[in-house]
Design a protein around this ligand. Structure first.
Ligand code: SF4
Length: 510
């Protein structure tokens, strides 16, 4: 039996590719970042270990055109095809599924991902998919489902494992109930790097200062906080689970010693905290992995790591620390249920900088309630943090309701959504009614990304060189050149719907 885990290339009218995999916020990019879809890679590994033939089919990372991807898939003729959905590409996926089912009527198409998980009937009505898998734990779910399909012709009526909406032979839909995760994360195998052609993802990724880089098998599935209203990891259907520290350390050791990896990023919603974070950092030191010239990166939250832990992580050679800042006013943070307080930001960043890490802030603009004062506050606070050297890099996005998260449902309830066409949810423009003109938010995006070109910011980076840390020199002379390319791309993507542009502003977009 052959199972394909497939990511069709999605290219828009501007020649930009949609980044769907592993990306909590899908966006279209001309110079894409190829992200290894970790859970799907673990699912592929699991199925291979169970003796199934696995076709790892990431058309984006493999640089295929849509037609080439489609032709190859037809030639492979898998028995089962697994796809991952998210709001802005749903219409594309529905059309693609119909095309695939027409060419391969006997292949079973399974739709997964956060959008269809929350709207399973919609996908079953809009296309010919055979089922929707209503869980982010695709590895556990497929590991139970695939052998059953293999051994039972009547799987559509007889399968009892939870979390599926199945199309029966008579066209009716059958739900097997809500998914419950009963197995510990340690049961699922770590990613088989060769199976997923790990080098396809090792170079084009802005999170890596050194290459080849890679994503670790996440130590936390979904998010241990899981309450931010805009986030896909927020939902009654989601539970978080944790991998043991020793197992993760074993993987890091293999990645460094056997694959020569120079930077490892763990994309868990939020990485370990407290005892596990310290055990992990100490484990890296005890195994001598901190001296192998490899940097480590994580997502964390303000207030999750104390100075003692950060100090140990610095010693272990952690570098890239991604923090969800979102906005600099408490009203917004409370409305988003962010669960951190602004007064703790400076200390947390100070410790990270003091122990040699490069904090990266993620910010959003365009919440449906955001006033000019709140927006100005965010821009000036972000400037302060960047100019003072407390944060090194940033990423600004237009807050877009997606995947029927609580924020998405709230926008529908409040009547502020300006469109219900999923193609408009691609994060390239604001799609909610706001108290001030949309141009003000686009301008704020431009202001924040332009910090990278400001003399004060550049001077601060030069001052870091006096510490003679290798990563600071790399930051300025290697990374910044790549970063400038990406900053120009972000400014173009996020402000192209701005109506009032001066000639000077237009020139950035060339
Ligand atoms: S902390 Fe981050 S990953 Fe977790 S729910 Fe909030 S935004 Fe999502």
């Amino acid at each position: 039996m052959k199972i394909s885990i497939s990511y069709p290339p999605i290219i828009n009218d501007h020649g930009q590719k949609a980044m769907v995999s592993q990306n909590r916020n899908v966006q279209f990019f001309k110079e894409p970042t190829y992200l290894l879809p970790v859970t799907y890679a673990q699912a592929a590994t699991y199925l291979k270990q169970m003796g199934y033939e696995v076709y790892w089919d990431d058309g984006n990372a493999q640089l295929k055109s849509f037609d080439k991807w489609f032709e190859d898939l037809i030639n492979e003729s898998p028995n089962v095809i697994v796809l991952e959905s998210t709001t802005p590409v749903m219409k594309f996926y529905w059309q693609t599924i119909d095309k695939v089912k027409k060419a391969l009527p006997n292949s079973i198409v399974i739709m997964t991902g956060y959008h269809s998980m929350r709207m399973p009937e919609e996908t079953m009505q809009k296309c010919a998919a055979d089922m929707v898998l209503r869980s982010s734990n695709v590895d556990f779910a497929l590991h139970r489902l695939i052998p059953f399909i293999h051994e039972n012709d009547n799987w559509r009526t007889d399968y009892l494992g939870e979390g599926l909406l199945i199309r029966l032979d008579n066209g009716q839909l059958r739900s097997t109930g809500d998914f419950r995760q009963v197995e510990p994360l340690d049961n699922v195998p770590l990613v088989d790097r060769d199976l997923v052609n790990w080098e396809d993802y090792a170079f084009e990724n802005g999170n890596f200062l050194q290459t080849p880089g890679t994503y670790a098998s996440s130590v936390i599935r979904d998010c241990m906080f899981g309450k931010c209203t805009f986030c896909r990891y927020n939902g009654p259907d989601l539970t978080f689970s944790m991998m043991s520290v020793e197992r993760s350390l074993d993987e890091y050791e293999r990645l460094i010693n056997e694959h020569g990896v120079k930077e490892i990023f763990d994309d868990s919603g939020v990485w370990y905290r407290g005892k596990e974070a310290r055990q992990f950092a100490q484990g890296i030191i005890d195994r001598g992995l901190h001296k192998k010239g490899c940097y480590f990166g994580i997502n964390t939250r303000f207030e999750y790591l104390d100075e003692e832990t950060i100090k140990l992580m610095g010693k272990a050679n952690f570098r890239f620390i991604l923090l969800g800042y979102e906005a600099a006013d408490n009203v917004t943070l409370i409305k988003l249920n962010k669960g951190y307080q602004l007064q703790h930001v400076d200390n947390c960043l100070k410790w990270m900088t003091k122990y040699g890490m490069h904090p990266h802030l993620t910010i959003m603009v365009g919440y449906y309630w955001q006033t000019q004062k709140q927006l100005d506050n965010t821009v000036s606070e972000v400037k302060r943090l960047m100019f003072s050297g407390l944060a090194r890099t940033l990423q600004v996005t237009l807050c877009t309701p997606l995947d029927y998260t609580p924020y998405h449902k709230e926008c529908i309830k409040e009547g502020v959504l300006l469109t219900d066409d999923y193609n408009d949810f691609d994060m390239s423009k604001l799609i909610v009614k706001t108290p001030i003109p949309h141009d003000q938010y686009y301008k704020a995006v431009r202001d924040m990304y332009s910090i990278a070109f400001h003399p004060k910011f550049i001077l601060r980076q030069l001052l870091f060189l006096t510490s003679f840390k290798k990563k600071d020199w790399q930051f300025l002379f290697t990374y910044s050149i790549r970063a400038i390319r990406r900053v120009r791309q972000h400014i173009f993507n996020l402000t192209r719907h701005e109506t009032s542009k001066s000639p000077e502003k237009m020139s950035v977009e060339k």
